[in-house]
Design a protein around this ligand. Structure first.
Ligand code: 16G
Length: 249
């Protein structure tokens, strides 16, 4: 079925079915779900949707704005509205200490990173306290946009004492693999998870609308001898992750 046939108003528009833009939004959502409008395809121009549905352009615009707000459609300057590629939801176990690279490899997905910061810095008060740094110590920091299967999944900012990671530039793909070769791979971690609404800069990097749901995760991990190895703050896309914990009595 073509999108023109699918949007024919006698198929779905109901005089008593509530606001028209809401009905149109649902119909367009149904077209996306059914693959009539597949990922990355363009929506027909506003005027064309108005002609097919016999609705006003204001109504059509409002329906499309709602789809943009829900993260289903994106508007590209000068070229119209497109169906966004949906991320595959990922389940992450809360009982195993794994790395992002491992988690994705287990699902057959390849990891890539965009580097936002990597180097040696003066530590913040937080880093001094959590990493147990002494006066005059510096800190290794890496800040990455983490992608899986080409789609952005999380923003991760890691801080490590220099005796754990002397040269952050060595980290090209997996931090935990580098730590492993240095004999400093953490064996235990504590994680704190909270809900956030993503602010504009983070949302833009993660490719979702401003205000979308996100998960803020703070991981402090430890070496076998009890020293703190890592303080990492991650912002995960809320639409991409399910964290799963196993509970026993
Ligand atoms: C995970 C960890 C993060 C760790 C990273 C190492 C969470 C919430 N965070 O993303 O603390 O630094 O893995 O991944 O799971 P890598 O070895 O692929 O660089």
């Amino acid at each position: 079925m073509t999108i023109t046939e699918f949007l024919a108003p006698d198929q779905w528009l109901d005089q008593h079915g509530g606001p028209r833009y809401v009905q149109l939004r649902s119909r367009l959502e149904a077209a996306i779900d059914a693959g009539i409008l597949p990922p990355n395809s363009s929506l027909p121009p506003e005027r064309e949707i108005a002609d097919i549905t016999e609705l006003s352009r204001v109504t059509v615009r409002k329906a499309i704005q709602e789809l943009v707000g829900k993260g289903l459609v994106e508007q590209r300057q000068g070229s119209g509205s497109f169906v966004r590629e949906a991320v595959r939801r990922v389940e992450q176990s809360l009982s195993h200490l794994t790395s992002f690279t491992q988690d994705m490899a287990n699902r057959g997905m390849e990891t890539t990173s965009k580097w936002l910061e990597r180097g040696i810095f003066e530590p913040s008060a937080d880093e001094i306290a959590t990493l147990g740094l002494k006066e005059g110590d510096q800190v290794a920091r890496i800040y990455r946009l983490r992608e899986a299967g080409g789609l952005p999944m999380a923003l991760e900012r890691a801080a490590l004492p220099l005796d754990i990671l002397p040269n952050p530039i060595e980290v090209t793909t997996s931090l935990y693999e580098v730590l492993e070769t240095l004999g400093n791979r953490p064996v235990r971690a504590a994680q704190k998870i909270s809900a956030v609404n993503l602010e504009a800069p983070e949302a833009a990097l993660l490719g979702v609308p401003e205000g979308s749901a996100g998960l803020n995760i703070e991981r402090t991990s430890y070496l076998r001898d009890g020293r703190v190895a890592e303080l990492t703050r991650s912002l995960y896309r809320g639409d991409a992750y399910d964290f799963v914990a196993e509970l026993r009595i």
